[in-house]
Structure formats: C-alpha cells, structure tokens
Design a protein. Sequence first.
Length: 255
Amino acid sequence: MINLRARTLVLDIDGTLCFDGRTIDARILTALQDCERAGHALVFASARPVRDLLPVLGGAFPDATLIGGNGSLVSVDGQVRARAAFDPDALARLTDVVARFEGTYLADGPWDYAYTGPAGHPILGRVDQGVLAARVGLAELPQVVKFLVVGATDLAALADAARTLGFTPNHHLDEAILDFAPGTTTKWSALRDLGITEYAAFGNDINDLDLLRNARHAVRVGAHPGLDGIAHVTVPAEPAEVAAEIARLAVATTV
C-alpha cells in the first residue's frame, strides 16, 4: 500500500499514457477513472499544445486541468491561456539559427500552428488530430509558445548554437527533434503557478525531469537514462503496467 501526501495526479501523455500517438488504452482510462472516483484531481501535462491533448483524451475527464507546450499553455475549466511565449527578438534569433542549419519546424501558437517540415514527418500524426486549428505562417501566430525543430543538416550543431544564445533545447532522442520552450518554462513551473505543489506524477522523457523531481510519488514510464535516480518507481512502457501502477494510487492511503 502506498502512503501518499497528495491527492492530485499529474500525467504526461506521449510515451506515458499514449503509445500510438492517438489513443489511450482502455485499461489506463479505467484506472484513471478509478483515481478520479477515489478523490484524486487529474492534471494532464504534455509537450503537446492543449489543442492536441483534446483528441487523445476523447472527451474523457472534462474537469481535468490541462498543461500544454511543456508549461507554456494551461487550460482550466475549458479556458486556454498562454502563460509563457517567446519574446519576438528571441524568436528571431532562434529562427536565424534554425535557418543557418536549413532547419524545418513546427511552431505552436495558443491555438493555431505553423509548419515547414516534410509532409511525411511522423509528428504530423499528432498535430491537430481533431481538425480544430489552422495551419498558418509563422508571422501570423499572435504568440509562439512552443518551437520544435523537426529536421536540419546537423541537429546536434544546431542545438549547440542555440545554447550559446541562451536557449535550452530538449532533445527527444527517439524522434530526432529539438524542443524549445520560451524562457525556463516547464510543466513543474506551470503546476507551481497553479498552486499545485503536492502531487503524484507519471512521465517518460527529459521534459518530465522537474515534474518527477518535485513529486511526492514519481513514476518513470520506460527507461529514459536522463531520469535515472529521479523516480521512486519505474514501470515498463506498456499499457497494462502503467494501468496497474495508476490503479495502485486509486487505493493509496493518504497521510
């Protein structure tokens, strides 16, 4: 039996709950519903913008708080707002670096997006699945809350060049993309701004580092080496295993 000081459960989506880019296994959904019935508040915290969280959830958990863009977007009671966006000068410096390495990108605004990558890139399978937004030019986005480099002549050199300008890229090793967020925005900082400091968390990637590090009970899904020594529990990246670990929290003792 787990002794838990938190009644909020914060969950990453891709690679944590969703393994095909589109759906969440019914066993995981049932375990989450059990947690909700047991009195846990649910927060879904993703690298995806809020727009792209909604189709994956499929209408489930309408009362859940959503954190998108690795903390740059939040949705509370269905109201989406940007809590962090790239400064126009900083964005210009970043796009200059990207252009130097012939980079292509996906840039998200609060709702719409800009995309310059190839039509067959796997990330497009996760973009605007609900056909809720418009694909526009970068200059047409009122704010840019997330910037993904999806291709370049030398991705590692691009990342190094961006670091020299003060940017902090998250390198998703399994997808060969660079993920930039404005400033020091993280899922953890968004939670803190929402007043959520006591929680249990599930995550699988380096962008979940602070989320897991600050959790009362932290579960690593899979074996990302960047999360070694951070989580209290590690489970395989398999729906049945994730569902079982979530189910344990539904009957956890609150202390």
